[in-house]
Design a protein around this ligand. Sequence first.
Ligand SMILES: NC(=O)c1ccc[n+]([C@@H]2O[C@H](COP(=O)([O-])OP(=O)(O)OC[C@H]3O[C@@H](n4cnc5c(N)ncnc54)[C@H](OP(=O)(O)O)[C@@H]3O)[C@@H](O)[C@H]2O)c1
Length: 228
Amino acid sequence: MEEEKSSLLLTIAVLGGTGKEGKGLAYRWAKAGYKVLIGSRSSERAVHATSEVMEKLEGSTSVVGMENLEAAQLADIVVLTVPYAAHRETLESVKDALKGKLLIDVTVPLVPPKVSKVQMPAAGSAAQEAKEILGDDVQVAAAFQNISHEHLMSEKDVDCDVLVTGSSKAARTETLTLVEAAGMTGWDAGPIENSVVVEGLTSVLININKQYGSTHSGIKITGVNHDK
Ligand SMILES: NC(=O)c1ccc[n+]([C@@H]2O[C@H](COP(=O)([O-])OP(=O)(O)OC[C@H]3O[C@@H](n4cnc5c(N)ncnc54)[C@H](OP(=O)(O)O)[C@@H]3O)[C@@H](O)[C@H]2O)c1
């Protein structure tokens, strides 16, 4: 991981950044001043998504669209926002480019059509599966699984917290900096094994959305001083 560069000098690649969640995160980080690369299987789709984000930013910022592999190669930190069905294939296609970097996995291992039921993969969670695929050369953190994309493109404050798990303290700390830059409160929720709970919570929230007529329920941690 790049530990010497000041945080804002880091380049973030969002693989699958043409989609709902990835585009929202790309927007928030670009707005915070990061250089952001939007990755896609198609450079045309990446460029299109980049124009959408740039239009919303209304100013000169640094967002560039390209294919997933090139984005992963050029970035310091790589964020994965693809449906679970594309998780393994996407990771394998960029594995070599991720060596020595941090991967932040946003993937929730939903198995349609029963997305409101927790169905974890054999590795324990999507993030653990990513770690298994990528090996010791890549640090993996998991974050944002409980944040609906609807919050990310909105200008409003996000009244939901982000639980961050990861394969090392450094991976979690670096991810927490990006959570804050995206305008949310993040919590160090411990080792990557704990990502099973966070990823599973998304199905619980989908359930709550269905039963109580929402599309963007979230969670908040209470009873603890965040600044300690
Ligand atoms: N949507 C939310 O509110 C939300 C909230 C929390 C977590 N998440 C998680 O974030 C991830 C992305 O969610 P999303 O709603 O943004 O998904 P999405 O819009 O359906 O897809 C995101 C991108 O993934 C790529 N993709 C789709 N199918 C693919 C395939 N078969 N192979 C390779 N790439 C494929 C596409 O990019 P290209 O076609 O450009 O390659 C697409 O734009 C999911 O794991 C989801 O569970 C989503």
